[in-house]
Design a protein around this ligand. Structure first.
Ligand code: NOJ
Length: 495
């Protein structure tokens, strides 16, 4: 264990070497928090009446599609240890905790014919424990764990799910809404759709590239809008909450300043972020997406575009249904216009007609896709403001993985310091960012990567039946950032 003094010197040194750190203080009411998601931490997969979801189904397949053959059956055991989780949050002095509700724990069949009172009680207890400790709950209604009975009917590719999601949202607004100010309908719908239905990188592992992901997104967007309108009409007056969505994107930096590459980077951002955020703010899909997918579909022999169309009434209904925007940002890619348009390939990735790469000089993490590029976050935040106007933004996820071999996670401390500095830069640029959420409170089940990539501030011992939690060095750092409102984690920041 290194001493606190050495630790601080290390931080200062790495700071001065790596990049210019913004040492001005965050606004007084800026919200700092951490996040998790139900399947990744809860366990209790079949306890107290919970139904099966797509991650239960996929992780129980033989052979397992998970790299270490693991499951979330127990995960961090937060179903039993939520009070310990809240004690950790309290130690960190966070303003908020972002967690997700398990649809199948609340509605075991996925439908609203049967509400599970023990599932409701679990989340009521968690919310009460948070409120008793002055921690604001930030609730994600859906973080990737579709009930299996709905998946059997096509999941997010079948429009039946729109009203089922709204039924579920109604149950959660009714049961928890008096205590919730910040709702997020969906987490990273792009991953649900492009990785779950356009490739086999996430459950339900439906491999329907170029078709499945667009059907999925169409239904997700309609489900969000319908849940937002329901909240707006029936709950907002009394509950006074806000309904947003956590949308992920990387930053795409043009490889050269040629018009082709600049347009390619913008096009790819529209394929990533604009795909979801544009219909819900400005209304309708990005023009770049509509044009390129229609042209490619025609060349590929389809009688209509693979990208479904919204009617004029639907566009009106979708528009302006984000009270605030959640941003999940981890990394950046260089983008260049693809020479080879790969018309023979039917897929979302090929549709963008952009090639990407990451620079060797960008520091690596334990995740193949994640290199450390803090300035990309400032650029993304500015891009959001320039594209959609002055929408309030909260960073709903940001973090880095390591291999779990040490509690001295300097890479994470540096990562957070640089990314928080980049957020402060964006605030100083005039972007309306009101909070920052670290992913994750603790190590957890990282989807197909199982327990091989560790994103937690707290280490979790998955070999122990107690799932013992131990703070990593980053806990001390993040706690100090929150206390001083300053990326240096001490009192030396400028006012
Ligand atoms: C995005 C997801 O929302 C979360 O579930 C995942 O663990 C992190 N990013 C890290 O990959």
């Amino acid at each position: 264990m290194i001493t606190k003094e050495v630790w601080l010197i290390c931080i200062m040194l790495s700071t001065s070497l790596a990049t210019t750190i913004n040492v001005s203080r965050f606004p007084k009411d800026f919200m700092f928090g951490t996040a998790t998601a139900s399947y990744q931490v809860e366990g209790g997969w079949n306890e107290d009446g919970k139904g099966e979801n797509i991650w239960d189904e996929v992780t129980h397949r033989v052979p397992s599609p998970i790299v270490d053959n693991s499951t979330g059956d127990v995960a961090c055991d937060s179903y039993h240890k939520y009070k310990e989780d809240v004690a950790m949050l309290k130690h960190l002095r966070v303003n908020h905790y972002r967690f997700s509700l398990s649809w199948s724990r609340i509605l075991p069949t996925g439908f609203n014919n049967k509400i599970n009172p023990i599932g409701i009680a679990y989340y009521k207890n968690l919310i009460k424990e948070l409120r008793d400790n002055n921690i604001e709950p930030l609730v994600t209604i859906f973080h990737w764990d579709t009930p299996q009975p709905l998946e059997n009917l096509g999941g997010w590719t079948n429009e039946l799910i729109i009203d089922r999601f709204v039924d579920y949202a109604k149950v959660v607004f009714e049961n928890f809404g008096d205590d919730i100010t910040y709702w997020l309908t969906f987490n990273e719908p792009r991953q649900t759709c492009s990785q779950g239905y356009g490739s086999k990188q996430k459950a339900p592992l439906v491999d329907s590239p170029g078709i499945g992901e667009y059907l999925c997104a169409h239904n997700v967007l309609k489900a969000h809008a319908k849940a937002w309108h329901l909240y707006d009409e029936k709950f907002r007056n009394v509950q006074k909450g806000k309904v947003g969505m956590a949308i992920d994107t990387a930053w795409f930096e043009p490889d050269t300043n040629s018009t082709e590459d600049v347009d390619a980077a913008e096009r790819l951002q529209q394929f990533n972020h604009g795909w979801y955020a544009r219909p819900l703010t400005i209304g309708d899909y990005p023009e770049q997406m509509k044009k390129v997918i229609a042209e490619r579909s025609a060349l590929q022999g389809f009688s209509q575009s693979r990208l479904p169309q919204f009617t004029q009434d639907e566009i009106k209904y979708l528009k302006d249904t984000l009270d605030y925007l959640g941003l999940n940002y981890y990394t950046t890619n260089m983008a260049l216009d693809a020479d080879d348009k790969r018309i023979d390939v039917i897929s979302y990735d090929a549709d963008a007609e952009v090639n990407t790469y990451q620079k060797d000089e960008w520091p690596k993490s334990s995740s193949s896709w994640l290199r450390v590029v803090p300035w990309g976050l400032r650029k993304t935040l500015n891009w959001i403001k320039n594209t959609y106007g002055d929408i309030p933004i909260i960073i709903t996820e940001n973090g880095i993985s390591e291999d779990g071999s040490s509690l001295e996670d300097e890479t994470r401390v540096n990562y957070y310091q640089q990314h928080l500095s980049s957020v402060k830069d964006a605030i100083d640029d005039g972007v309306n960012v009101f909070g920052f959420t670290a992913w994750s409170l603790m190590d957890n089940f990282e989807w197909l990567r199982g327990y091989t990539e560790h994103f937690g501030l707290y280490h979790v011992d998955f070999a122990s039946p107690d799932r013992t939690r131990t703070p990593k060095e980053s806990v001390e750092y993040f706690k100090n950032v929150i206390q001083y409102g300053c990326v240096l984690g001490n009192s030396t920041c400028d006012n």
